[in-house]
Design a protein around this ligand. Structure first.
Ligand code: SF4
Ligand code: ZN
Length: 273
């Protein structure tokens, strides 16, 4: 079955309404570009959202690619410039956190990921969209599941899935992953066949050595084996839900964003020290 049919199936299982507004988190890379291309092709109401992380020429190339694709697809692009909105580039924010006591040993992507998710939810809510779509693919999901398994923290996978589970709150925008079942290789080939404007080089700050090790291991697996990892995950998904402590969604005491703790992860990172 080709990628278009499989994405169509994944989306139809989510029972999305074609009138819903979906904000695509576009990084300029192949995955989120393919999500934008396919959702537009399949008749969804989409808009682009790009965070300019201010990471030198790499960020400039990403921004240009996103602008070009939005132009080709004739969709609105919402831009968030981190230097303007938060006062500094992601590199600066991240290094500041890593040099403080609470940030020692935290990986670049772990910090960047928390900050981007916080921005995305807040901005999506301001834009009054119904869903956020991200470019996570089968390889990403299998990697995260294995990393949680190896670390003995399987409960961290509890809300994982093509659509966010068990999070119902007026301030939380549901996230969907249309490429949840599609291997990375196939997405790369598809983006090249369609000649999408995409930045293929790796982010210069992606230095999470543990994820790289797991990725290298994953690269030795066949697509079938990767699919089996996620099939097993889905089979035990209900049991994983039970591993998760019952802590309902609150609002962060500092920023007011949805959080499972009194202070959200973003405020724990950025506002300390
Ligand atoms: S690869 Fe890591 S550091 Fe680079 S943009 Fe993604 S999360 Fe941020
Ligand atoms: Zn907060």
């Amino acid at each position: 079955m080709n990628i278009e049919t499989r994405v169509k199936q994944t989306l139809s299982k989510m029972k999305l309404n074609k009138k819903e507004r979906i904000l695509i988190a576009m990084s300029g890379g192949k995955d989120s570009s393919v999500v934008a291309y396919l959702l537009k092709k399949q008749g969804y109401r989409i808009e682009g959202f790009h965070i300019d992380l201010g990471m030198g020429t790499y960020s400039k190339r990403c921004l240009e690619a996103v602008k070009e694709l939005c132009k080709q697809l004739d969709i609105k692009l919402n831009l968030y410039n981190i230097k303007i909105e938060m006062g500094s580039s992601m590199c600066y924010i991240r290094t500041t956190i890593q040099t403080q006591e609470h940030g020692k040993g935290l990986k670049n992507c772990a910090i960047c990921g928390v900050i981007k998710k916080w921005i995305m939810n807040k901005e999506a809510r301001n834009l009054k969209v119904d869903k956020i779509a991200t470019g996570h693919n089968l390889d990403d999901e299998a990697q995260t599941f294995l990393m949680n398994l190896f670390k003995g923290s399987l409960q961290l996978s509890a809300n994982s899935g093509a659509i966010t589970k068990n999070v119902k709150d007026k301030k939380f925008i549901t996230r969907i992953k249309p490429l949840f079942y599609i291997p990375e290789d196939e997405i790369r080939k598809y983006s090249k066949t369609k000649k999408l404007p995409v930045v293929y080089e790796k982010c210069p700050c992606a230095l999470d050595s543990y994820r790289i090790q797991v990725r290298e291991f994953m690269n030795t697996l066949t697509t079938k084996e990767k699919e089996n990892i996620m099939k097993n995950f889905e089979d035990i998904s209900e049991k994983i839900q039970k591993l998760k402590p019952e802590n309902k969604l609150n609002y962060c005491e500092l920023c007011g964003e949805p959080s499972r703790n009194k202070i959200c992860k973003m405020c724990q990172l950025v506002k300390k020290g």
